[in-house]
Write a protein that binds this ligand. Structure first.
Ligand code: BDR
Ligand code: CA
Length: 316
């Protein structure tokens, strides 16, 4: 099996960290590099977090490219109430000994998509879509070169940051509008799906059995996430959103999707940042966006725990 080659554009973030672990620990994925974007915390903090997660994974070879610090139009908004002051509270972060590369994240996305054979690289975005939108504007030809774009963001049901909007889309709605308006294959992995990816005591127990520094790091992150989500969002077990994108690429049967047009509200006084998804079926002919609906949570957590196990073994 040839691994799927991906760029991960992210804002780590507890669940982004798990997405990195899943991408690195799965033989079905080749992670070409990480671009970071201001979101859960400032660009500086989330970049440092990406570096530290790579150190924990024993993968200091993966290149990290800092991207946009500010949304296209809106003011910066970070999420300390969910992710803490560091963006990865709840664990001790190792020194970020992975060097950041001397290239902007937007240029990394463009250069990779333009230099690799067309249709061979998938863009996975688990933060605000600022970098992806800037890349499209700077080099529109990336649209026909990306294999697909898999986004954690939005919802066809209830939002989480407002009643209407999910956090990643809320932070940069104009960027999201640009991304979903392009003629490329997109998959929106929104809250409707990710709220099925709850981490429970059972998964933490399985991680404990692995017994490695990385597994303990994962447990520390999940415990912090549990408390944040209990205090702020009324969840008993927290939803681990971002790795659902990677799980979809590893095995599309883990995440059911349906074709549906997606647009983003950038004007509404009450609905700013809402992903407006036309779920009426059948979708219009030629619709290139799909929306995630149903998660096989057992298999999802099986993939995540296998990845943590694989990365842990490799570090022994
Ligand atoms: C999304 O927002 C962030 O807090 C998470 O990392 C995830 O990408 C969920 O709304
Ligand atoms: Ca994220």
């Amino acid at each position: 099996m040839t691994p799927k080659r991906i760029i991960l554009d992210c804002d780590p973030g507890h669940d982004d960290a798990v997405a990195i672990m899943l991408a690195l620990g799965s033989p079905a994925i080749e992670l070409l590099g990480i671009s970071t974007v201001g979101g859960n915390q400032t660009l500086e903090k989330v970049t440092r977090n990406a570096q530290s997660v790579l150190v924990m994974c024993g993968r200091e070879d993966v290149p990290v490219y800092p991207g946009a610090s500010h949304p296209l139009v809106h003011q910066v908004e970070v999420a300390p109430q969910i992710h803490g002051e560091s963006g990865l509270d709840g664990v001790e972060l190792p020194e970020p000994t992975v060097p950041v590369r001397d290239k902007h994240g937007v240029d990394f996305i463009i250069d990779t998509l333009m230099s690799e054979p067309a249709g061979t690289v998938t863009l996975v975005a688990t933060g605000p879509l600022t970098n992806v939108a800037l890349a499209v504007r700077k080099e529109p030809r990336i649209v026909e070169r990306a294999q697909q774009v898999v986004v954690m963001g939005g919802a066809y049901g209830q939002g989480n940051w407002t009643a209407s909007a999910e956090f990643n889309i809320w932070v940069d709605p104009e960027a999201a509008k640009i991304v979903f308006a392009q003629e490329w294959d997109t998959v929106m992995v929104g809250l409707d799906l990710t709220h099925q990816a709850l981490v429970t005591a059972a998964e933490e127990e399985k991680a404990r059995e692995i017994g490695s520094p990385l597994a303990n790091f994962f447990i520390g992150l999940m415990n912090y996430f549990r408390k944040s989500y209990a205090d702020n969002q009324g969840f008993t077990d927290p939803p681990v959103h971002d790795p659902c994108t990677v799980a979809y690429l590893i095995d599309p049967t883990v995440v059911e999707t349906v074709a549906a047009p997606v647009d983003v509200e950038t004007q509404g006084a009450l609905t700013m940042g809402r992903t407006v998804v036309d779920m009426r079926q059948p979708a219009p002919a030629g619709c290139r966006s799909r929306v995630a609906t149903k998660l096989d949570r057992e298999r999802f957590w099986g993939l995540v725990l296998d990845a943590i196990r694989t990365l842990s073994e490799a570090q022994k």
